[in-house]
Design a protein around this ligand. Structure first.
Ligand code: GDP
Length: 440
């Protein structure tokens, strides 16, 4: 995420390295680099210029904070300003009303349908909401089918009516259906066009006027940079929406949209989409994002993602198995699946402070567990529960079946053994024993 921008900001800070204090001259040079980094990231020139002017004023007026080295001071100032630029505080969505009606708007392909599903899943997981998805694209039957596929995937009902050609009527019928059937959140996915056009604007404005949603969200593809900002402006003029959803932040987005949108429409970014899967949704926290841009990682989000995937019941079962020495490859597979749900590896590693930079250039497979999973899938049920029976002929069979080498099978078995031993020791409160083993 924002790799290029992070790199360039890092280089800009280097200008100050070795300098004992901030001066007009070294600050000017650093800020020129920072401005260039922002413009290259597709941030509007005026926004970039205002940004560096503010940082300059603050930097030169800061002789009080002499405990900080110039590089550290500049990093702090830039972090504060980036946070401010992206909206300051995090803002949630308005879920008042029964049902709370959430209207989605945006261009075709921006990720509206995918995000509608993600949001429904997010609300469903919160347990206080029973969401209903509504398909309002009356032009593309495929879009209605797509929403049904998403709904099936996450176990959320989808309201649609292919016969009805008036999206206002569909929305109203959906809300009535929600009221009658105990749904307390209604997410309405609307039709988009490839570019802003009057008919689309009239249509979404009519739906907005008729149903008066608690929350109107504008979905935008972050890969579109400055275009994203212009589209946001057009939609905001008509809808006066409540918040922005930035999708596709997992790609090699330059960052311009995330950094400019708040200034242009004065509406907060509320969520971000970081992948095609239903779990790839994050609440947008400007300060955490600023940390990530500056290569400081985002441990808080990493822990939160882990917590979301953590199932207490499963954990208890697992603990029992470990205690009884019954932890097998099926359990291992489940663990891998949980980690995968947290997001793709590159994204997760980027959240660890310093790791993004250290591992830069390394080609990390999106599916780093592919080989391991293939090996486990090639094992028989008995081999999975009692790995000790895997002799050399079995190893050969497994390696053939999984398209890996015997060496890779051996390596996995060895790692699995070590892990089982470690888990057993942790169970017995044998921290000291474990340290001993690790030091061997
Ligand atoms: P809509 O036309 O606005 O409803 O857009 P869709 O929801 O159909 O999304 C368009 C394409 O973008 C689909 O292929 C989605 O899988 C993909 N997509 C949506 N959100 C994300 C995201 O956060 N990351 C990535 N990588 N792809 C996404």
């Amino acid at each position: 995420m924002f790799d290029n921008l992070s790199d360039k900001l890092d280089k800009a800070m280097h200008v100050l390295k070795g300098h004992g204090q901030i001066t007009e001259v070294n600050v000017a040079e650093t800020l020129k680099e920072i401005r260039r980094a922002l413009v290259d990231a597709d941030v509007n020139y005026k926004i970039a210029k205002d940004f560096t002017n503010t940082v300059k004023e603050k930097a030169l007026g800061q002789d009080v904070l002499t405990a900080l080295k110039p590089g550290q001071l500049m990093t702090k100032l830039v972090k504060d300003e980036l946070t401010e630029l992206m909206g300051g505080e995090a803002e949630g969505i308005n879920l008042s009303g029964n049902p709370s009606v959430i209207l989605m708007s945006g261009l075709q392909g921006s990720g509206k349908t995918t995000f509608s599903g993600k949001l429904a899943n997010f609300l469903k997981n919160k347990k206080t909401k029973k969401p209903l998805l509504v398909a309002c694209d009356v032009y593309r039957p495929a879009a209605i089918d797509q929403l049904h596929v998403v709904g099936d995937q996450i176990g959320v009902e989808v309201f649609s009516n292919k016969e009805e050609k008036d999206p206002v009527k569909i929305s109203e019928a959906a809300i009535a259906h929600a009221k009658a059937n105990g749904f307390n959140a209604v997410i309405i996915d609307t039709a988009g066009r490839l570019a802003v056009d009057q008919a689309m604007m009239n249509e979404i404005a009519a739906i907005h006027e008729a149903i008066k949603p608690q929350e109107t969200l504008f979905v935008v593809d972050s890969m579109t940079g400055q275009d994203a900002v212009n589209t946001a402006k057009a939609f905001n003029d008509v809808l006066n929406f409540d918040g922005v959803i930035l999708t596709k932040l997992d790609g090699d987005t330059r960052g311009g949209a995330a950094l400019s949108i708040k200034t242009v429409v004065d509406k907060p970014i509320k969520f971000i989409g970081t992948g095609e899967k239903m779990e790839a949704i994050d609440v947008f926290y400007p300060s955490r994002m600023a940390d990530r841009i500056l290569g400081m990682g985002d441990v808080v989000s990493l822990v939160e993602r882990a917590q979301e995937q953590f199932d207490e019941e499963e954990a208890r079962k697992l603990q029992k198995k470990i205690a009884k020495n019954q932890f097998g490859f099926d359990d291992f597979l489940k663990q891998i699946q949980q980690i995968k749900k947290m997001g793709n590896m590159k994204d997760l590693i980027g959240m660890i402070p310093g790791a993004g930079k250290a591992l830069k250039g390394l080609d990390i497979d999106d599916d780093a567990f592919k080989g391991i999973e293939a090996i486990i899938h090639s094992m028989t049920p008995d081999e999975r529960t009692q790995p000790s029976i895997i002799n050399s002929s079995r190893k050969k069979r497994i390696s053939k079946g999984s398209g890996t080498s015997v060496q890779e099978v051996n390596q996995l078995l060895k790692q699995f053994n070590q892990m089982s031993k470690m888990m057993k020791m942790m169970q017995g409160g044998g921290g000291a024993k474990m340290m001993q083993m690790m030091n061997q």
